[in-house]
Design a protein around this ligand. Structure first.
Ligand code: 3PG
Ligand code: MG
Length: 408
């Protein structure tokens, strides 16, 4: 089974039709301003393509996790403004999702215009565990298209969610796969099916538990796993090192020991840091020093210190590994990159990715935002995925509800 493509829809003809597109416009905001518009820019090509072909384009999307209630803090209004600045076609906004504002705006929409509906997660049915509730919302969303409509899923970052606007909606409208979803899948397929070796995976982020399944799955596929970020300390503790007050998941120590043994069987090298930036506190202005992993508790703050970044020797070693690779997938920052004093490890990995000859993929909203936030040009990377959880779940080999729903 394969999904119908956007090109098929365009060939069938969209002039005058209302086409509902699910996009992932879940961008970071700071005081009502969009701080990283990567997902908006990635979503616009499909919306503009449809509008320029004469469709009336209705866009449904989520922002944050508002828990099924209207919460102004999670309004898509700032996203609509940014979209209007970037778009080549007119962008309008509805003040609700399927209520009077959306219904009127959908009716008034002209061919070639885009209408952004309000946050789909303001409606509790979007994320409901009850399929009948989700189906009811999907039917109301479909009704906005007025009979001759179509649905396009272009929200790659949300395809791992069994939500009304992602999965159930395909029972209500003829459904098509957007170009962003297609392009993301092509890249991820390349990583899972035929990666050019050596294939190195760089994993960071704070929670081991979030990454357990992916570590297990990738050990069988990758040649080298470079581990940084907060989850490093669970590995170091599992190896018997003192880690001071660093983040640790004690209930995962045995699992991690199992990984270290399994990696050997799979012929996959797990490379852990040899030095760490230990700080006096979790603060941007904390005192800090670089210590070897065998002596993390031997510094000025003893066992009170906590690790907030990989050290320079590790950063150099990771950069060398990346330079020697032909394929690199990176997910998760190496340290607390939001604080300048602890951003060097993440910056070193990002820089190495821009310098290697390898095919490089950055997965995850946070890593992608880190890359752009630290000032790296996007063109320096092979592919920056718009999906965090979605790309990891794909690499884990899980089935993705939003993708499955398109294949019928
Ligand atoms: C993301 O930010 O990873 C996607 O937009 C999905 O958001 P969610 O994790 O809140 O479902
Ligand atoms: Mg997320």
């Amino acid at each position: 089974m394969t999904a119908s493509t956007l090109d098929t829809l365009l060939t069938d003809g969209v002039t005058g039709r209302r086409v509902l597109v699910r996009s992932d416009l879940n961008v970071p905001l700071d005081g009502g301003a969009v701080t990283d518009d990567g997902r908006i820019r990635a979503s616009l090509p499909v919306l503009e393509k449809l509008a320029q072909a004469g469709a009336k384009v209705l866009v449904t999307a989520h922002l944050g996790r508002p828990k099924g209630q209207v919460d102004p803090q999670f309004s898509l209004a700032p996203v609509a403004s940014r979209m209007a600045e970037l778009s080549e076609v007119p962008v309008r906004r509805a003040e609700d999702l399927v209520g009077p504002s959306a219904t009127q705006a959908a009716a008034d929409l002209a061919d070639g215009e885009i209408l952004l509906l309000e946050n789909v997660r303001f409606d509790p049915r979007e994320t409901s565990k009850d399929g009948a509730e989700r189906a009811a919302l999907a039917a109301e969303l479909a009704a906005l298209t007025g009979g001759s409509g179509a649905y396009v899923n272009d929200a790659f970052g949300a395809v791992h969610r069994r939500h009304a606007s992602v999965a159930d909606i395909t029972s209500e409208l003829p459904a098509y796969q957007g170009d962003l979803v297609r392009d993301e899948l092509v890249v991820l397929e390349r990583l899972t099916e035929s990666p050019q070796r050596p294939y190195t995976v760089v994993l960071g982020g704070s929670k081991v538990s979030d990454k357990l399944a992916v570590i297990e799955n990738l050990m069988a596929r990758a040649d080298t796993l470079l581990i940084g970020g907060g989850m490093v300390f669970t590995f170091l503790k599992a190896q018997g090192h003192g880690i001071g007050n660093s983040l640790v998941e004690d209930d995962k120590l045995d699992t991690v020991r199992g990984f270290l043994a399994a990696a050997e069987r799979h012929g996959c090298r797990i490379v852990l840091p040899t030095d760490i930036v230990m700080a006096s506190a979790f603060a941007a202005d904390a005192e800090h020093e670089v210590l070897p992993v065998e002596k993390l508790e031997s510094g000025a703050h003893g066992a009170e210190a906590l690790g907030l970044d990989i050290g320079p020797e590790t950063a150099e070693a990771f950069a060398r590994e990346i330079g020697d690779s032909n394929t690199v997938f990176w997910n998760g920052p190496m340290g607390v990159f939001e604080m300048e004093a602890f951003a060097s490890g993440t910056a070193a990995v990002a820089r190495a990715l821009t310098q290697t000859q390898a095919f490089t993929v950055v997965g995850g909203g946070d890593s992608a935002a880190a890359v752009r936030g630290l000032g790296f040009e996007e063109s320096g990377f092979g592919h920056i995925s718009t999906g965090g959880g979605a790309s990891l779940e794909y690499l884990e080999g899980k089935s993705l509800p939003g993708i499955d729903a398109l294949q019928r």
